[in-house]
Design a protein around this ligand. Structure first.
Ligand code: UD1
Ligand code: MG
Length: 454
């Protein structure tokens, strides 16, 4: 079926009372994205681009940023009421309307395609809905069949003990023929345990009108878990993370322990990279091939080349070229750029600085707002004193420079190519190429006089 003319309604205005949160339920995050983000992505991947989100007033302002349109449901009177509000905001049409809930982040695009296919294939299309077998007990609405025909859906709270034993559930994903939907949704009432207008009550109306309802059975109940409280959020996060890890493993990444490797969607990780436990990779990071990450590493918006090693360290908003080694216990942040072959050792912090190819800073240093030329060595305990109390100042270090241990570079300051600072220097003035300085404040060292051979 050409999905171009398919429109979708996503219900997301519910109070989410069971979350016990000031934040709208569908904005709670798993693996770095709000649950609603996943639903909208799956719809897009299923070819549905025209999506209207039914939002509560406090959710509405967040919807445009997620790439969808919204309509406000001021009072949350139930899923049927929410759909009515959406329909009132849409031009009448004849195409199929897909309806999904915003609290089901694990739904893959195939399920949306399948339910649309189910509607398309039925003789007199009115409604196709996704059902799934699920272990009991469950809070899902039960699918009550008469023989093979779906007769109605009863919410767990309205169900009789016998109905509660039914293990076929309403997933909450529907493809309706629009005229039938408009007609059926106008008929439903709120005479039930929750005093709500249930979208699911459209089914009995359609049945009475002699329409057919097509069940589309989903294979994996985890695909359709709805998140209603924080325990379910944690379960869904675990499943989502396992799926993300599996995808990268199938693409050639070794993940030693997926349970303690925390990934987000839309990461790039090259083949033969090995990820050790307790590693978090997020915010659109890109990692090259043959890298070693972790244990205990966090990457956030990091671009990492091939063959890098990052152990027990944090890399945020920074870029590493090939064959860079970091850690253990280093912190790279805010536009650190490390060129090929750089070595950063323990307790080194690098911020907003470029370190040229082959630069080494192996121990206990702060390098901030600096540019360091190739092959220069930053001795243990070196600090770029970049902040004068008012503004941040720059340190420029040339190539093949040797900065002695415990050097304080009082910025702004420039150290020329091949220069050297002695241990404990406090450098307050620029140092020329090949110059050798030491002391506090640092002064030129006497020229070495070549000795006469004895
Ligand atoms: C719903 C279904 C149930 C199904 C289950 C699957 C109904 C009546 N019940 O139950 O059969 O098994 O989902 O997860 O549809 N919402 C609104 N406005 C409202 C009420 C709800 O936008 O007035 C939204 C919520 O934000 C949520 C979705 O609709 O995203 C579903 O509501 P929820 O309260 O979670 O329904 P369930 O009890 O899970
Ligand atoms: Mg729900």
């Amino acid at each position: 079926m050409a999905n171009r003319e398919v429109r979708a309604i996503v219900l997301a205005a519910g109070k989410g009372t069971r979350m016990k949160s000031a934040r709208p339920k569908v904005l709670h995050e798993l693996c770095g994205r709000p649950m609603l983000w996943y639903v909208l992505r799956a719809l897009r991947e299923a070819g549905v681009s025209d999506v209207l989100v039914v939002a509560s007033p406090d959710l509405e302002k967040n919807i445009a940023a997620l790439g969808a349109r919204s309509v406000v449901q001021r009072e949350q009177l139930g899923t049927g009421h929410a759909v009515r509000i959406a329909l009132d905001a849409m031009d009448a049409g004849n195409g199929p309307i897909l309806i999904a809930y915003g609290d089901m982040p694990l739904v893959p695009p195939e399920i949306f395609r399948d339910v649309l296919g189910g509607l398309h294939d039925s003789a007199a299309p009115s409604l196709a809905l996704v059902t799934v077998k699920m272990p009991l007990p469950s809070n899902f609405g039960r699918v009550i069949r008469n023989g093979t025909r779906v007769e109605r859906i009863v919410e767990a709270r309205d169900a009789t003990p016998a109905e509660l034993l039914v293990d076929e559930m309403n997933a909450g994903i529907y493809a309706f023929a629009e005229p039938e939907l408009r007609h059926a949704v106008a008929q439903i009432d709120n005479k039930n345990a929750q005093g709500e207008y249930y979208l699911t009550d459209t089914i009995s109306g359609l049945m009475r009108a002699g329409k057919s309802v097509v069940p589309v059975v989903a294979g994996d109940h985890l695909d359709v878990v709805g998140i209603n409280d924080r325990a379910e959020l944690a379960l869904a996060r675990r499943e989502m993370n396992a799926r993300l890890c599996e995808r990268h493993m199938r693409d050639g990444v070794t993940i030693v322990d997926p349970a303690t490797t925390y990934l987000e969607p839309e990461l790039k990780i090259g083949a033969d990279t090995v990820i050790y436990p307790n590693t978090t990779i997020g915010r659109l990071s890109e990692v090259g091939e043959r890298c070693t990450l972790g244990p205990g590493t966090r990457l956030s918006a990091a671009i990492v080349g091939n063959g890098c090693v990052i152990r027990e360290s944090v890399v945020a908003d920074s870029e590493l070229a090939d064959d860079v080694h970091v850690g253990p216990f280093a912190h790279l942040r805010e536009h650190a750029r490390l060129e090929a072959g750089v070595r950063i050792g323990n307790f080194v912090e690098v911020k907003n600085s470029r370190l040229g190819p082959g630069v080494k800073a192996n121990h206990l240093s702060y390098i901030g707002d600096a540019d360091v030329g190739e092959r220069s060595n930053i001795g243990a305990g070196t600090i770029t004193c970049n902040f004068d109390g008012v503004r941040k100042n720059k340190t420029v270090i040339g190539r093949d420079v040797r900065i002695g241990s415990n050097t304080m570079l009082i910025a702004p300051v420039e150290i020329g190519d091949e220069a050297l600072t002695g241990a404990g220097s406090v450098v307050t003035k620029d140092v020329g190429p090949k110059a050798r300085v030491a002391g506090n404040p640092a002064r030129p060292l006497p020229e070495k006089v070549p000795r006469e051979p004895r």
